[in-house]
Design a protein around this ligand. Structure first.
Ligand SMILES: *Cc1c(COP(=O)(O)O)cnc(C)c1O
Length: 374
């Protein structure tokens, strides 16, 4: 039996190869390698996809976070509330903007920001709340947006794992003041290299982000602020523009595979993902919890089934983030998840047989009570 990789990017976009080859050839002939018409066309299409007025292509999700915060006027002395159960870049982006991350716990069922933990951490220095739409599922935005309104805070979405997901019928990217996306190859919408986007319907945030990402330049040699070079490359704009029309179908295929897992694992002694009442989930990752997670991962590995752990060490316990002053025990749900989560193979091209083999292997390793008693 062939192995089932955790992620296989070789199939996706194979059918788009002729169109992408053509776009690449045009770019090589034009000699225009940074931004240009492919990036501009993608920005317009991605803004529309997110139900927002502006999308700015940048060179990563991390830089998108940094300049989204800076474009909101957030910097040194300011506090931004986010989660520790996320990819480290969510927190790094805040530090790169010069602000101080304040970390709160997540909910034990949906794994996204626990809005009940926010208010106790708001101080007179708090400027923004930065929820992460983790694993492909939007955070529970209504209470977050309500708290932000009450205290006059910005809401900045980290949507790097949730392209196309919705909350209360609205797409991520349109749920706060500004949203940040990553197009790292493994994301639901992936470039053939690095990429990201800042998405907003606020003209002033869009303008500031655009300045910051391109040397602070209003016109070619007029630098309004000290900026960065965070521009998107033309080749990535071409790839993303060719892929975007297929994203909704790819997300649907992910949801179908998730429903196969949900059904198949009903008898296994593992926790399957729970969907928030108002959310659609685009399953960037299909994450279960198992009592003996490390044993299960090793067992699956021996059978040629690839898995991942997202994330094994919470950001607040990472050596690089010791400066934030947290310790073990500060965020109990986050710490529990770090020891129990396991991400199963998930991508649109994953076969039904593949899902069934994973289900059988997980169920054999973690038999449910009924199986044991019977
Ligand atoms: C991938 C990711 C990022 C960072 O994106 P890069 O493009 O890798 O810089 C930020 N936040 C989350 C939640 C991510 O998954």
């Amino acid at each position: 039996m062939s192995d089932i990789p955790f992620l296989d990017l070789t199939e996706q976009g194979r059918s788009l190869r002729p169109a992408i080859d053509r776009a690449f050839a045009e770019i090589l002939d034009s000699g225009w390698f940074v931004r240009g018409p492919n990036v501009e066309a993608f920005e317009a299409a991605f803004a529309a996809f997110c139900g927002a007025r502006h999308a700015l292509g940048v060179n990563s999700g991390t830089t998108a976070l940094q300049i989204a915060l800076m474009a909101c006027g957030i910097g040194p002395g300011d506090e931004v509330i986010t989660v520790s159960h996320t990819f480290a870049a969510s927190v790094a982006g805040i530090i790169h903007a010069g602000a101080t991350p304040v970390l709160v716990d997540v909910k034990p069922d949906t794994y996204t920001m626990d809005a009940d933990r926010i208010e106790e951490r708001i101080t007179d220095r708090t400027r923004a709340i930065l929820p992460v739409h983790l694993y492909g599922q939007p955070a529970d935005m209504d209470p977050i947006v309500a708290l932000a309104a009450k205290y006059g805070l910005r809401v900045i979405e980290d949507a790097a794992q949730a392209h196309g997901a919705t909350y209360a019928g609205r797409p991520v990217g349109s749920l706060g003041d500004v949203a940040c996306f990553s197009f790292y190859p493994g994301k639901n919408l992936g470039a053939y290299g690095e990429g990201g986007a800042v998405v907003t319907s606020d003209d002033e945030i869009a303008h500031q982000a655009r300045l910051l990402h391109n040397h602070g330049a209003e016109t070619k040699y007029e630098h309004i602020v000290v900026g960065y070079n965070f521009r998107m490359e033309a080749l990535q704009g071409a790839v993303l523009g060719a892929k975007l029309p297929h994203l909704s179908e790819w997300n649907r295929l992910r949801q179908e595979r998730a429903s196969w897992y949900d059904e198949g694992l009903a008898e296994a002694d593992v926790v399957t993902p729970k969907r928030g009442e108002r959310s659609t989930h685009v399953y960037h990752l299909y994450v279960i919890q198992a009592e003996d997670r490390d044993g299960l991962q090793a067992d699956l590995g021996r059978q040629g089934i690839g898995t991942g752990i997202h994330y094994p060490i919470p950001v607040h316990l990472q050596p690089g983030y010791a400066q934030l002053g947290y310790g073990r025990g500060d965020l109990p749900v986050t710490e529990h998840l770090a020891d129990h989560v396991l991400s199963l193979p998930m991508y649109p091209e994953l076969s039904r047989d593949g899902v069934e083999r994973v289900v059988e292997a997980v169920t054999a390793a973690c038999p449910g009570k009924t199986a044991v008693d019977g």
